[in-house]
Design a protein around this ligand. Structure first.
Ligand code: PLP
Length: 912
């Protein structure tokens, strides 16, 4: 049996233990000599012990059935036992228990339908009532537990839209474990009899408790507060769930308490029908998809089409002689749902009043924002909308320089004075990390010293980066607000929409951090801490401020925006994205300009299918986001572990760990890797709580330089052409495998198989290689692993685009439009005229965006001076990998005359 330490999650452990039990009980049923039977019995007993601390948290098969199997074992009915275990495991794996009762005894009178429900058609699945589990928290004896459950069962009515089963646990601790372990739980009923401590001991499960609350705070609770406290604690870890508190305390007593996710308080312990109706209503509130439903209903109405869109209702296709295949491929529904109408139960994205408005409100609840806006043209558009809404010409914006290109264009459109911040480089892998907090504070303090703080409007950062580096969002906002209390934050979470649905990840999302900050700034403890620090730092110099963890004034404004490509990490059609707003000044100051910006960038014919998919994607995450993200993390973790422990794979590949991708100075926890063969798994929680940067483990960067192929060749010629595996990001010596909520254990297994096959074929190749071939291979590897040109920093804007020489911000817009006039531009060749001009001491200024792959971000923007480091970097690359560079002409630069003319014009304006 694998040791508990080897499991990343208790869910994996559970399914493996059941599989092992099936194997062992099969062996028992088959019989054998005494020694064999004794050994198998020992194993079965170990498995009973392992499972008895896990099963009380799940409704299926349930403790009653579990005990029934144990009795079968005790009475020696091994064949019957093997049958029961088979049935239970099959139902667990196929999910059949969600749809019907599963009899475990052979002689059951219930018809034994086929178990392979996974084979059900999607239509048949859609017809079944969704299933969930309700957690009842009460310390009851067996008899009372049966009574509680039968009361719940009695309430079922044929017209109920969902079906559920109850799980009963006795204590607050058990309830916390249950909601973090059993993803089927959608509602919790907290009854007055609950106790505090769990009696079950299982390290993998008790670890969950550390995530929820500090042990000393739990221990100091009074029994009467267990119930309310549980509701509050669940709100921290699973805010999407509903709780119902049954209490004997008076209404007045309860009224003043923070009841977290509690939806209703019941004073009558036996009002089961009322409870039942509330539970269903709570789940229905999440299940509801106003726009998707409106679109489905619309598609069923008979309508005559006398507006645009010949494709609407498929008319232009069904009558066609030439495009019938399109109709056959997509099926009729998509065309029935295509329309340009905004009436008939539908709504307009540009001025939503009906189901789109409601769908956006539900998304806002799900993602923890104050307002949420849908976008049908990706996060590229979301970013431009937010920047245009908030940034006025001349405002200073601090931007991470390896941000997505939509931000650079956003800066051009808004006329921002851009102050680029350098991310730490990972030269070994030719990729960037993220911007250290120290550098952000330093830049803000410099702008303050230059008297420009009032013009600083926004800090814009990418969280998380393509490669998976995640910021400590809360800390950054807190410390920046201490320097500039009305700073606006735009967090580009294009890759991070899923993060909200895991308790650990959630703490590092923009919306969650904004909500935490809002609450903190209101608290008297915060005001006290602020006053104390203020007095202490009265005459502090910048060096001290940089070293100190700064506390923002209680009057600071929380102004946070998050943009997410829902389509990248959750269920949504391509281009489906969301803008989440958590800005205390949105209504007073931004709403109008936001509306204008939204109008600027949004099509007047937004795609209804995308909007409907955002609505359904939101339903999914509110009901099963926790489960899916958990599975995704598990899949990624098993992939990390399998690659890093396989002896053959270790010869050619390396999975990059947090230690490889985050310098030590930014990893306060000291955690280097999430898995160590000797120690097992490190709990993510520790480093995610403390470290300046953490690595999102669901993005697995694999160093492939050891194979002698560069990242791009490995991607296209090996993974894609030979094995049909698709990825999109590579660096010179790495490839990135991204897992998502659809990644399965078997797709991970296939990838590992492929990597092993590649490694074996390399072994074979080298076995037969001549001395010269070997030498060439080693040289290729060295070349890929060692001779990498260092990634250059942002040099600076040319003086012609800067207001003064004091601080680095530059006017990218003027530079961008200056290049529209051909006469202002020239082309210089990398290996010829450009180098010569620079060697001769000329200042060469780029007239366009230059984006080498890797790293895939502009190393030159319009108006930026070409430094020696940038030149060397570009010269070390193959020019076909440099977007924006014309191999036939060279690098587009500004003429010296154009720069001089602009400089004179600037001087003249200054003199006026
Ligand atoms: C950090 C970042 N922001 C924004 C975007 C743009 O997102 P979308 O493709 O949804 O327009 C991307 C796309 O890759 C990205 O990596």
């Amino acid at each position: 049996m694998q040791s508990v330490n080897e499991y990343y999650s208790a869910v994996q452990l559970r399914s493996d233990r059941w599989a092992a039990l099936r194997e062992a009980t099969d062996a028992l049923a088959q019989g054998g000599n005494d020694r064999h039977i004794a050994a198998v019995k020992k194993r079965v007993e170990q498995l009973w012990t392992a499972l008895e601390v896990i099963e009380p948290y799940w409704a299926f098969p349930g403790m009653q059935a579990f005990d029934y199997m144990r009795r079968q074992y005790a009475s020696g009915h091994f064949e019957d036992l093997a049958y029961s275990v088979h049935r239970a495991l099959r139902a667990l794996t196929s999910g059949a228990y969600r749809r019907r009762h599963i009899p475990l005894d052979k002689d059951s009178s219930e018809k034994d339908e086929q178990d392979d429900e996974a084979m059900l058609s999607p239509e048949a699945r859609a017809m079944t009532k969704p299933y969930f589990e309700v957690l009842i928290v009460d310390d009851v004896n067996e008899h009372q537990e049966r009574w509680l459950k039968s009361n719940v069962t009695r309430m079922r009515r044929p017209e109920d839209p969902f079906q559920y089963e109850a799980v009963v646990v006795p204590s607050l601790e058990d309830a916390l474990i249950a909601v973090l372990f059993n993803h089927n739980i959608q509602a919790i009923v907290v009854r007055p009899g609950l106790t505090l401590k769990s009696k079950l001991e299982m390290p993998l499960l008790s670890r969950y408790l550390d995530h929820a609350e500090r042990q000393d705070e739990l221990d100091s609770l009074r029994p009467r507060d267990y119930g309310p406290e549980l509701c509050r604690l669940i709100a921290k870890v699973r805010p999407e769930l509903d709780a119902y508190l049954v209490t004997e305390r008076s209404v007045e007593d309860i009224a003043g308490l923070d009841l977290g996710i509690c939806r209703r308080v019941f004073y009558n312990q036996e009002d089961f029908m009322e409870l039942h109706l509330n539970i269903l209503r709570g789940v229905q509130a999440r299940y509801k998809t106003p726009f998707f439903t409106a679109l489905v209903n619309y598609s069923k109405q008979p309508t005559g089409v006398f507006h645009a869109m010949p494709i609407s209702r498929g008319k232009s296709i069904t009558r066609s002689h030439w495009i019938q295949d399109m109709g056959a491929f997509y099926g009729p529904n998509i065309f029935l749902a295509e329309t340009s109408a905004t009436s008939g139960g539908l709504d307009s994205l540009l001025e939503p009043h009906g189901p789109i408005k409601e769908a956006q409100e539900l998304a806002s609840r799900a993602f923890g924002s104050k307002q949420t806006f849908f976008a049908t043209n990706g996060t590229s558009t979301c970013n431009k909308i937010v920047v245009q809404a908030l940034v006025r010409p001349g405002d200073i914006v601090l931007v991470d320089r390896d941000c997505h290109k939509s931000h650079h264009y956003g800066m051009v459109l808004a006329g921002a004075q851009v102050c680029y911040l350098d991310s730490y480089p990972l030269n070994e892998y030719s990729m960037y990390g993220a911007v250290p907090l120290h550098d952000i504070k330093k830049q803000l303090l410099e702008l303050k010293a230059a008297g420009k703080l009032d013009r600083v409007r926004m800090l814009l950062l990418t969280n998380c980066t393509f490669d998976g580096i995640v910021y400590n969002v809360e800390r950054i906002m807190e410390e920046c607000l201490a320097i500039k209390p009305d700073l606006v934050f735009l967090w580009d979470e294009a890759w991070f929409a899923f993060a909200r649905f895991n308790p650990t990840y959630r703490t590092r999302t923009a919306m969650s951090a904004a909500n935490v900050l809002r609450e903190r700034l209101r608290s008297p403890e915060h005001a006290k801490a602020y006053e104390k620090q203020k007095a202490k730092l009265k005459d502090a110099d910048d060096a001290t401020l940089l070293k100190t963890r700064l506390i923002p004034p209680p009057t600071a404004r929380v102004r946070v925006y998050g943009t997410q490509s829902t389509h990248k990490t959750l269920t949504a059609l391509r281009q489906g994205s969301m803008i989440h707003v958590n800005d205390q000044d949105f209504k007073g100051e931004v709403e109008q300009s936001f509306h204008e910006a939204y109008m600027t960038h949004t099509s007047t014919s937004p795609n209804y299918q995308i909007i409907a998919s955002l609505d359904v994607g939101r339903r999914q995450v509110e009901l099963e986001g926790f489960e899916f993200v958990q599975r995704q993390i598990e899949a990624a973790m098993s992939m990390r572990r399998a690659i890093s422990t396989h002896p053959l794979l270790q010869k050619y590949f390396k999975v990059l760990t947090a230690g490889d991708m985050i310098p030590e100075a930014h990893r306060e926890s000291g955690v280097e890797s999430y898995y160590e063969p000797e120690q097992g798994w490190t709990d993510l929680w520790d480093c995610w709580e403390k470290d300046e940067f953490v690595l999102d483990p669901t993005r697995v960067t694999l160093a492939v330089g050891g194979t002698g192929w560069d990242g791009d060749t490995f991607k296209t010629q090996i993974l894609m052409d030979k094995y049909g595996i698709q990825i999109n990001k590579t660096s010179r010596n790495t490839v990135l495998f991204m897992t998502n909520i659809g990644t399965t254990r078997s797709s991970v297994a296939y990838l590992i198989e492929v990597l092993v096959e590649i490694a074996k074929s390399l072994d074979d190749l080298l076995d037969d290689a001549s001395k010269m071939e070997r030498l060439a291979f080693n040289r290729r590897v060295r070349n890929l692993m060692e001779d990498l040109p260092p990634l250059p920093d942002f040099s600076r804007f040319h003086d012609a685009f800067r207001a003064d020489n004091g601080t680095p911000e530059g006017d990218i817009r003027t530079a961008f439009f200056l290049s529209y006039d051909e006469n202002n531009c020239d082309y210089l060749e990398l290996n010829g005229s450009l180098k010569e001009a620079m060697d001769a001491g000329q200042e060469i200024v780029s007239a366009s965006f230059i984006i080498p792959y890797p790293p895939g971000f502009p190393i030159l923007v319009p108006g930026q001076v070409v430094s020696q480091e940038i030149l060397s970097f570009m010269r070390a690359l193959d020019v076909s990998e440099i977007h924006g560079y014309r191999p036939d002409l060279g690098l587009r630069v500004f003429t010296q005359e154009a720069l001089a003319k602009l400089g004179r014009a600037k001087l003249a304006t200054a003199a006026e």
